[in-house]
Design a protein around this ligand. Structure first.
Ligand SMILES: [Zn+2]
Length: 117
């Protein structure tokens, strides 16, 4: 019985929420890189570390910034174990909703209800 459960976990991990979110994130970064050139800064490392780090900065619009913020918030929710919980009713967000919209913060029912009262 346990083996069956482990097997299904392995299969499902093909598209874990984390993986989906990271794909989402890397696609967004790729889109940015296609549209504009980054400004590159070389930052020397301080403290006990020797060397330099090259940081690429992109100008982003408010919309793009919000998108990145949403993805990183979803990743934080995953770490805290609250990912997939509806922020309105606290219930579980349907799996197919999360598959379609990994950044969803509401279950189907609450999404229809509109903004918080
Ligand atoms: Zn809900």
């Amino acid at each position: 019985m346990k083996a069956v459960i482990l097997g299904s976990v392995a299969l499902r991990s093909q598209s874990t929420p984390r993986k989906r979110l990271l794909v989402h994130l890397s696609q967004a970064v790729e889109m940015l890189a296609l549209r504009r050139a980054p400004s590159t800064h070389v930052v020397p490392l301080n403290g006990g570390l020797d060397g330099k780090v090259t940081v690429q900065c992109f100008e982003v619009s408010r919309h793009e910034f919000t998108h990145f913020e949403n993805v990183s918030e979803a990743l934080m929710r995953l770490d805290m174990g609250t990912y997939g919980r509806c922020t309105r009713c606290g219930g579980r967000i349907e799996d197919d909703v999360l598959a379609e919209t990994p950044l969803a913060t509401r279950c189907l029912e609450c999404a229809v209800q509109g903004p918080q009262p």
